[in-house]
Write a protein that binds this ligand. Structure first.
Ligand SMILES: Nc1ncnc2c1ncn2[C@@H]1O[C@H](COP(=O)(O)OP(=O)(O)OP(=O)(O)O)[C@@H](O)[C@H]1O
Length: 260
């Protein structure tokens, strides 16, 4: 069984603030994980570490077979697909969508490398595969939020990643754009060479059944991490949120959670 990542007693401190406390967590191939946690729990900090943007203050972190301290971070980044609103803010929004998708091949913002017509064709086909045919040739700046997220997913897939990180990908999407995006996530989860998926979300209904494992993070600590059915239930979630909640199963075997 190939290991995708492993946190071994990882803590992160900034100044006097302990952001993550003694995190122990492992993701194996074949697993897709969702991380749930209230604002400020430390979710983005965990993702940034996995992506090599931040280092543990203590403990050991291994991602895609490389141990931090011994790996080439730019090389690691080319194996990880990254979709987040923070990335949207960094992109050159005047660029054509086709080139934004292509830039995923090089894990770069903008394109500074030589590329071939075959690379560009692959980028266009990847966007078409993600349902974005009508976006080809458009400037990124004119796209809606839902369209931008699709482009970012296509961009991430250009790297043929082993790990695809989705940091609150449904933020700002309307009902229909959200379902369209989730459909594409499900599509990726069925691909023959699919990456391991890692999703951060505030809403359990976005946790498609392909997310077969769930981690609950509160104030920098793992409260529970395990199989979807053991975590996504009223008892576990009520304890996690420290508030009574009710759960409703919605179509597609997804779970919606409301305060009681
Ligand atoms: N560089 C830093 N220096 C000090 N505190 C920080 C730093 N980065 C993050 N924090 C704090 O660490 C905590 C966790 O932040 P993080 O962004 O990881 O949370 P999150 O779970 O992703 O939250 P949200 O759901 O609101 O995005 C927050 O209280 C944040 O203010």
């Amino acid at each position: 069984m190939e290991r995708i990542l492993r946190f071994d007693d990882v803590s992160v401190t900034r100044g006097k603030k302990k952001i993550l406390h003694h995190i122990n967590w492992q993701v194996n191939q074949g697993e897709n994980w969702a991380i749930l946690g209230l604002n400020g729990a430390g979710k983005t900090t965990m993702l940034k570490m996995i992506h090599g943007d931040l280092w543990p203050t203590s403990g050991n972190l291994e991602v895609l077979g490389g141990v931090f301290g011994h790996i080439n971070i730019p090389e690691l980044k080319t194996k990880i697909g990254w979709v987040s609103n923070a990335l949207q803010d960094q992109l050159h929004t005047g660029d054509l969508v086709d080139f934004i998708v292509l830039s995923g091949k090089f894990a770069s913002i903008g394109i500074y490398q030589e590329f071939s017509q075959a690379d560009l064709d692959e980028a266009r086909q990847t966007l078409i595969d993600m349902g974005g045919q009508k976006l080809l040739g458009k400037q990124y700046a004119v796209l809606s939020q839902g369209e931008r997220q699709l482009v970012l997913i296509a961009r991430a897939m250009m790297a043929h990643p082993k790990l695809l990180i989705l940091d609150e990908p449904c933020n700002g999407l309307d009902l229909f754009a959200r379902e369209e995006l989730l459909k594409r996530v499900a599509q990726i989860s069925r691909m023959p060479n699919r990456p391991a998926l890692l999703l951060v979300s505030h809403y359990t209904e976005e946790l498609l059944p392909c997310f077969n494992n769930v981690l609950l993070l509160r104030q920098g600590q793992v409260i529970q991490a395990g199989k979807r059915e053991d975590v996504l239930n009223e008892t576990s979630l009520s304890a996690f949120y420290s508030k009574p909640i009710q759960t409703v199963t919605i179509s597609g075997n997804r779970l919606a959670v409301y305060p009681k």
